[in-house]
Each structure stands twice: as C-alpha cells, then as structure tokens.
Write a protein that binds this ligand. Structure first.
Ligand code: SAH
Ligand code: SF4
Length: 367
C-alpha cells in the first residue's frame, strides 16, 4: 500500500454552530456561564468539571442547576475528537487516529516505558516545514489545530489508556511545527498547566521545534513555555540546509544565538534532538561539530535513530555508530542519551506520523 496515501476522512460532521467546550479558557467559560445566568463561582465550578475532573458531559456537572446543565448540553459539544483508529505495537505503543469536526484527522501516540508513560501529540494537520527525513512533511500542510483540538488529544488518550491518575509526560512531537501555531499551542499549554485545571506540570511537557529562531525566542519568554527541544540534526549549515530547508531562513549561528540567550536566562537544559542518518550526518567529525555547537550552551543531546519509511531517502545508522557518536559528545562534555525507537512496526515512531497504514474507515466515501 502507498504509505503516503492519507486516510479518507469523513465529510464534515456538521456540528452546526455548537461551541466546543474544550479549549475555552477561564474568561470564555465565565462569559458562557454568565449567558446562562450562572454566578461567577459557578463558572469556576464549570471550569473545574471540564479541566480538573476531565468531565466533558455537562449533564454530569451535578453541582450546577439542572436547567444550566441542559442548556449547556444542548448548546455545546465537548470537542473531544472521535477515535477513528487504534493501532497497537508489539512494544505496547499505541497510535490513535483522531477525527476532527471538519473531517480532518491527526495522530496521537501513547508510549508506555516501564513506570514512565508519554503521550505524543500533534499541533497541526500535516506540516509545512518540509524536512526531507519526515513522513509528516510528505502530506503537506492542511491546517492548524485549535487549542481545543490539541487538548482533545489528551482527553481522548486519557480515556482509552492508563494515562490519567498518575502523572505522565506530554511531548509536542507528533504532526506539525508547534511554533507555527503558537497562539493555539500557548493557549493549550496554559490550560494544561493550570493547577486548578488540567494540572500537568511544565516539567512533564516538552515542545519540540525545528528551529524557528525568532518564534522560539518569543515562545521562551512566555510564562507557559515548558521544556524545550530543538531538532538540530546537523551542526553545519550546508548539511542542515540539505536536511531541513528551513535552515536557510534560520541558519545555525542565529539558532546558537537564541540558545545562548536561553542559557543566560537560567532555563532548563534545551534538548538538542539529533537524528542519526546513516552515512549522512553520523561520522565522528559530525559528532565533533555538534560538540562545538553545544560548547558553552546549557543543552543536552538526544540521539534518535532514523525511522525509515517508504519514500524517505535515508537509512539508519548502526547501533555501534550511534554509541560512538554518543561517546564523542560525552567526552566533549555534552550529556547525551540515545532514544529507543518505539512503535516502529505501526509507523508510530517519530517522523512516521502521516496518517499512513490505516485501513480506510470510510470506504463508502472513497471517490
Ligand atoms: N515539528 C517539530 C516537532 C515534531 S517532529 C520538530 O521538528 O521538532 C518530532 C521529532 O521527530 C523531531 O525531532 C523530528 O526531527 C523527528 N523526526 C522526524 N522524522 C523522523 C524520522 N523519520 N525518524 C526519526 N525521527 C524523526
Ligand atoms: Fe515538520 Fe517536524 Fe516533520 Fe520537520 S520534522 S517536517 S518540522 S513535523
């Protein structure tokens, strides 16, 4: 099957003018509540039902008057995406295909790892950045997700996995470039981190960016900015430009300048994500380039083995090469880990999110 064939999505499910509840912040919910004749303290209750208790069905908001509950149920929708597919990998990883109200779909990936559990979510439908090693790039860019659709992935995943209850990690490493959808991502991050709401600590959230330097600097100033990861993949402009066309707009000296500023601001270490592409960027000399780039910066490196997919013109580095690369970085004083690939067999690993490998759930809608 053509791995790049996107799933046939539904016709828009015509939600009418119903307001999606998820994604509304405190003041927006207060306005909604006021329109229903509720008091400010009841608006805060509404917020807690929705975000702290993860209860998206207004008819269950039992501390509110019945009439208000019924009006809310009739006039709003939850905004939790519909589960269109749930693929399980042999290693426990699960890829959820989630349908949005307009017929688009995104993927979220649940990754258990012993006691540690991570949810990888998307920020856009597709991606416009065009990295040459990434499957999402191949599907092009469809649209930004709303804050509610970003949070909806968390709700959908919590409802179907053992997430929830205990703290877990959220990484913005699914489809899309978060910093090209900053307004919605920041709104979602604010709601996620609110101790009176979803209460997910910033320490457990990582936003990964391909390196839009200016947006990164602004984002880092935002009070909702959690941990940061920067997809580096090469420490020489010529090579990085070949792998990531965006490097021409934001070359390495500029990115380094931004990291320097972050270093001075006492931020957590930024994680430099480095995809090992066999014979392309994985030599000893490449490792020394990365070490030189990292010198004096408050960073750590995270090596990722390339996840191959049909049509991507690269191959994996060997395990030995990965370890040799890591040893050079560590010897040069850069804390370096190697990320294990998870969910490879179901195309759920990094860079493999492209709505491929799904059975068409709506065959009758096919042209
Ligand atoms: N757009 C953001 C976040 C999503 S991509 C970014 O690029 O950082 C998340 C991570 O997956 C990035 O580090 C990206 O470089 C990596 N990735 C992309 N394609 C990959 C592939 N084929 N194999 C392994 N990792 C990949
Ligand atoms: Fe977009 Fe990230 Fe894929 Fe690059 S690696 S195309 S920025 S999703």
């Amino acid at each position: 099957m053509d791995p790049l064939r996107t799933v046939q999505t539904r016709a828009p499910s015509a939600p009418g003018a119903l307001v999606p509840l998820l994604g509304l912040d405190g003041p927006e919910l207060a306005a909604l509540a006021e329109g229903l004749g509720l008091k400010p303290f009841q608006a805060r209750e509404l917020y807690r039902w929705l975000y702290a208790r993860r209860q998206t069905d207004p008819t269950r908001w039992t501390t509110l008057p019945r009439a208000a509950r019924e009006a809310l149920a009739a006039g709003t929708r939850t905004g939790v995406p519909e589960l269109l597919g749930d693929q399980r990998s042999g290693d426990g990883t699960r890829k959820l295909l989630l349908g949005l109200a307009d017929g688009q779909a995104v993927e979220a990936v649940y990754i258990p790892d012993g006691a540690r559990r991570t949810l990888c979510i998307s920020s856009q439908v597709g991606c416009a950045v065009g990295c040459t090693f990434c499957l999402t790039a191949r599907m092009g860019f469809a649209r930004n997700l709303t804050a509610g659709e970003i949070l909806g992935q968390v709700y959908a995943a919590e409802a179907r996995t053992d997430l929830g209850g205990r703290p877990y990690n959220v990484v913005f490493m699914g489809m899309g470039e978060p910093l090209l959808n900053r307004a919605a991502v920041e709104k979602a991050l604010g709601l996620m981190q609110d101790p009176d709401g979803m209460a997910i600590s910033w320490r457990r959230i990582t936003v990964s960016t391909s390196g839009l330097a200016d947006a990164l600097l602004e984002f880092a100033r935002s009070p909702v900015c959690p941990r940061l990861a920067l997809s580096l993949h090469a420490a020489k402009d010529e090579l990085r430009g070949r792998l990531m066309p965006l490097n021409r707009a934001y070359p390495l000296p500029r990115l380094r300048q931004v990291l320097q500023e972050l270093t001075h601001r006492e931020r957590e270490r930024v994680s430099l994500e480095y995809l090992l592409l066999g014979g392309v960027n994985d030599s000893d000399a490449d490792a020394r380039d990365v070490a030189r780039f990292a010198r004096g910066l408050k960073v750590k490196a995270n090596l990722i083995h390339f996840n191959p997919a049909e049509g991507l013109p690269y191959r994996r580095s060997t395990e030995e090469r990965g370890r040799a690369f890591q040893e050079i970085l560590v010897a040069e004083g850069v804390p370096t880990s190697i990320r294990r690939s998870r969910g490879l067999d179901i195309l759920a690993a990094c860079g493999q999110l492209a709505k491929a490998g799904w059975r068409d759930p709506f065959p009758e809608a096919a042209p």
